[in-house]
Design a binder for this molecule. Structure first.
Ligand code: HEM
Length: 249
């Protein structure tokens, strides 16, 4: 008898992993060991949460430091917000599709500060690179930085310049590696885009903020983190509150 699988929308990830069984219908065994379930949950939390929060943290910093970029993002987002009937009217897919400049800013932020700066690949057949033979079976390590800081792809690579993504179609393949590439490319790319654009929309249209520290260096462990956190002062904007001088954070 063929085994049938149904996915209950109310099942959370751990319940789903625990209930996955092999094809032996009469005497099913768990498909994943406890260690594999723990590994998968850890991956889901790091891959699905920490990456986007790193991107948003850098966006908050870079938008503060680049007033012209901030203003262009604000104009784009206010135009979308102003077309809404009320403050509570949610964003739509069409709204997200209009946030083109904001996504270029996020892409440039990811180019300069990729949350995941490297990954590994197993070589499946011998190949030549720069006069060296890389044999089948080797594990190779790629870093997004090497590509993102390559002047032949991104002129003046240390300058934050979202306009460099105006003509993305002209870039060589695999020149933007923040989400990896190939069959194991990040499956959360589209979700991360939606989360980021939505967050930036509400951030710039409803709040103003400024950085509390003039200089704030960051390290990696292995994801980037600011040594002193990223303290900011936030004000609620009009028209949400008329007495809007309250610092809320
Ligand atoms: C700005 C946000 C994000 C960045 C920069 C990012 C980046 C990456 C990178 C570089 C990889 C490795 C790709 C490769 O080896 O080619 C990856 C894998 C993965 N990402 Fe993301 N990611 C982000 C958001 C998300 C989100 C929101 C989710 C889930 C909701 C997610 C789920 C995953 C998973 C499950 C993998 C492993 C895929 C596999 O091994 O086949 N990521 N991500």
């Amino acid at each position: 008898m063929e085994k049938q699988e149904t996915l209950d929308n109310h099942q959370d990830l751990i319940t789903r992993f625990l209930s996955m069984t092999d094809d032996d219908v009469a005497n099913p065994s768990p498909l994943l060991s406890d260690d594999e379930i723990v590994d998968n949950c850890t991956i889901a939390m790091i891959a699905g949460h920490d990456t986007t929060s790193v991107l948003l943290t850098f966006l908050i910093k870079l938008l503060s430091e680049h007033p012209h970029v901030y203003q262009t993002v604000l104009n784009e987002q206010e135009e979308i917000a102003n077309r809404k009937g009320s403050l509570d009217e949610p964003l739509t897919w069409e709204d997200l599709a209009k946030m083109k400049y904001t996504w270029k800013v996020a892409t440039e932020t990811l180019r300069m500060n990729p949350p995941i700066f490297c990954s590994f690949r197993r070589v499946v057949q011998d190949f030549e690179l720069g006069g060296y033979t890389i044999p089948k079976g080797w594990q190779v390590f790629w870093t997004a930085f090497m590509t993102h800081m390559d002047e032949s792809i991104y002129p003046d690579p240390s300058t934050f310049n979202p306009a460099r993504f105006d003509n993305q179609g002209a870039a060589p393949p695999y020149s933007f590696m923040a989400f990896g590439g190939g069959p194991r490319m990040c499956p959360g790319y589209e979700f991360a885009r939606i989360e980021t654009l939505t967050m930036v929309h509400y951030l710039v249209t409803r709040f103003q903020w400024k950085l509390s520290l003039e200089e704030n260096l960051f390290g990696r462990a292995p994801l980037p983190f600011f040594h002193q956190g990223l303290p900011i002062q936030v004000k609620i904007k009009k028209p949400l509150h008329d007495d809007n001088d309250d610092v809320i954070m």
